[in-house]
Design a protein around this ligand. Structure first.
Ligand code: SIN
Ligand code: NI
Length: 258
């Protein structure tokens, strides 16, 4: 019988992980879900990619936004109470779901995801502690496309949206970031990183023969309101500027069993 390390939960989350997250803007967590569940969700992600096979295929990665609306297994992961309650503890305030996305780097894809912050892409106001869980659905060593972060970069506010296909994009907006320390975080299946929406991050290329499959669950402050600008999640919703982001697309989390 293979015995697994116990999961990391809200109850056993070490205090120093919270401190690390608040200071550096990211943290690695072992065993946010079991390896058995990671393998199941990996299959579901690949199945959804085959079903959607569409304009979302890009050079850097295949991106499947709002996977939870179309895949029951991925819905279970996106609304997983353990992922959300650890996110809430790290963020330090009430959260709701913004969206999820499966990100697949195809085998032998030499394109990195270049440095960027996430928050400048989003049509949000009143969101001070957005937090993303990047869950590894397969083993992700450095050569398969793991994340690299610049500690403390969540303090950089007000930057324009950056181009994640251009290595110079973020660095031209904030040149001193070039000289900051970078931390690269390989993950095993079932592990995750959490990062703040403004923490600068990139992912290495996938030089291996297997797809790199990650599922990212993005949470925002429960009181986030809509700030009008184009975004694939909100474009079809016809929201007024200043409207609360709520309703069934943006549920409050963690969803506790009744
Ligand atoms: C990636 O997984 O390639 C990038 C993830 C991100 O930008 O959040
Ligand atoms: Ni990102």
């Amino acid at each position: 019988m293979i015995t697994e390390e116990p999961l990391t939960t809200e109850e056993n989350l070490p205090e120093n992980k919270v401190k690390q997250y608040r200071e550096r803007g990211f943290v690695a967590i072992q065993g946010i879900i079991s390896k058995e569940r990671a393998a199941r969700y990996r299959e579901a992600a690949l199945e959804l990619a085959a079903r959607r096979r569409s304009s979302f295929d890009r050079k850097v990665f295949t991106q499947l936004v709002n996977a939870w609306r179309e895949s029951e297994p991925l819905k279970e992961l996106t609304l997983d109470p353990n992922v959300a309650s650890v996110a809430e503890t790290l963020a330090g305030g009430p959260l709701r779901l913004w969206h999820d996305q499966v990100l697949i780097k195809n085998p032998k894809n030499s394109a990195p995801t270049e440095f960027h912050q996430d928050q400048p892409y989003w049509p949000h106001a009143n969101s001070v502690r957005p937090i993303s869980a990047w869950v590894a659905l397969c083993d992700v060593p450095v050569e398969r496309g793991c994340m690299t972060f610049i500690p403390g970069s969540q303090q950089r506010t007000g930057l324009a949206a950056q181009d994640l296909t251009d290595a110079g994009s973020l660095m031209s907006l904030s040149p001193d970031l070039r000289w900051e320390e970078r931390i690269t975080v390989p993950l095993k299946a079932g592990d995750c990183t959490f990062h703040h929406g403004r923490t600068a991050h990139m992912a290495t290329p996938n030089f291996t023969d297997d797809p790199r499959v990650a599922h990212v669950v993005i949470f925002i402050d429960a009181g986030t309101t809509y700030r009008k600008k184009p975004h694939v999640v909100t474009d079809s919703l016809d929201l007024e500027d200043g409207a609360p982001l709520d309703g069934e697309l943006f549920p409050r989390v963690p969803v506790r069993p009744e």
